[in-house]
Design a protein around this ligand. Structure first.
Ligand code: HEC
Ligand code: HEC
Length: 306
């Protein structure tokens, strides 16, 4: 604001303030005549449609309240910004006040995070306040992929069950979040051919108690020993160090709901899969990751064993 307009506002404000006080005092009447007989109480001479006005003083409480609001306004305008560019004696600003609240909240949060960071994950998983914070962080950072409540979806692992690609201990979960994970399933279409892929899929169905063709499954079993044991284990129960899923637990990472399971499994075998869990080391402080991990850990603890 230019000095001219600033001064303009200061002068206007002060004139209004002083003027209204002057008006009040200059017209003040102190004599109470309410005790006079009805006919003798003086009137102001105003008459509206025959209704006249007694000339009585303002109630004292009203008069003094008006004066004190004027005094309050004056003191306020001296202490705080309000008169044009004048900053006020206290040098108060919205920005400073806001920064102060942010700093205070930050300090409180840091103290909370620090306390939680020192608590082991399985203990935190029993602390409702910590889990509430963890859930909020999870919903903000993870739910886009893993769904609210960590229930997962096609290509995104369910984090609330007991089936883990990389392990469900507190440390394994922290590791998954911090550094991310890269699932590498090579494509086998070229090596196995179309018939080989179908044989293999039937073999996997046989491991899962699904309907299967016995002859194909038998051929698939032979190929499995050759190509798949190294990552998924001899019995198909997976190897967490490689992120190779258990292929016999009826839980499928890749299972588009509008496509039959058999087709999904054939697709995985033929074309391979490349699940990518992004690293969060740059996005989340270790204290936050610790809290989220506690929340994720708690999900599989409270859900029923499958
Ligand atoms: C180099 C290690 C490796 C080899 C060898 C391998 N896989 Fe995999 N497989 C993986 C990994 C890792 C995943 C998980 C991919 C992901 O997370 O995106 C996977 C995923 C799968 C899936 C999807 C599972 C699901 O839950 O949806 C199927 C099916 C599968 N593999 C079958 C096979 C078969 C059959 C063979 C042998 C022909 C085989 N894999 C060989 C590492 C391997
Ligand atoms: C961009 C999508 C995406 C985001 C965001 C994401 N994830 Fe993941 N996450 C994945 C995928 C995909 C996998 C599976 C990787 C694979 O196939 O190997 C995964 C795997 C995991 C695993 C390993 C699961 C297991 O069975 O071992 C955990 C734990 C996990 N995520 C937790 C989180 C948490 C916590 C967050 C939030 C901080 C998060 N993820 C954010 C996509 C995501």
């Amino acid at each position: 604001m230019s000095d001219f307009w600033s001064n303009w506002i200061i002068v206007l404000t002060l004139i209004v303030l002083v003027g209204s006080v002057w008006l009040l005092i200059a017209n003040r009447k102190t004599e109470v005549r309410g005790d006079l007989p009805e006919g003798e109480i003086p009137k102001t001479g105003h008459s509206y449609d025959g209704i006249e006005e007694y000339e009585n003083p303002l109630p004292a409480w009203w008069f003094w309240m008006f004066l004190s609001t004027a005094a309050f306004a004056l003191i306020y305008l001296i202490l705080y910004p309000g008169l044009g560019n004048y900053k006020g004696v206290l040098d108060w600003t919205q920005e400073k006040q806001w920064q102060q609240s942010v700093d205070t909240a930050g300090l409180e949060l840091d103290a909370k995070y620090a306390a939680y960071a020192a608590t082991p994950i399985d203990d935190l998983a029993a602390d409702p306040a910590a889990l509430r914070m963890g859930r909020r962080l999870f919903n903000n950072n993870c739910a886009v992929c893993h769904g609210v409540g960590g229930v997962g979806g096609n290509g995104f692992p369910n984090l609330s069950d007991h089936d883990w690609l990389y392990g469900g201990s507190g440390e394994a979960i922290v590791q998954s979040i911090t550094y991310g994970r890269q699932g590498v399933m090579p494509p086998w279409g070229a090596a196995l051919g179309d018939r080989g892929v179908e044989d293999m899929a039937d073999y996997l169905m046989s491991l899962n108690g699904q309907p299967f063709d016995a002859q194909r499954a038998a051929r698939g079993a032979g190929q499995y020993k050759l190509f798949c044991t190294g990552c998924h284990g001899a019995d198909g129960s997976g190897i967490q160090a490689l992120g190779a899923p258990n292929l016999r637990d009826r839980i499928w990472l890749y299972n588009q709901t509008d496509t039959p399971l058999l087709e999904n499994v054939r697709h995985s075998i033929r074309n391979g899969r490349n699940g990518n869990m992004p690293s969060h080391a740059d996005k989340l402080r270790p204290e936050k990751i610790h809290l989220i991990a506690a929340y994720v850990y708690s999900l599989s603890q409270t859900s029923r064993q499958r």
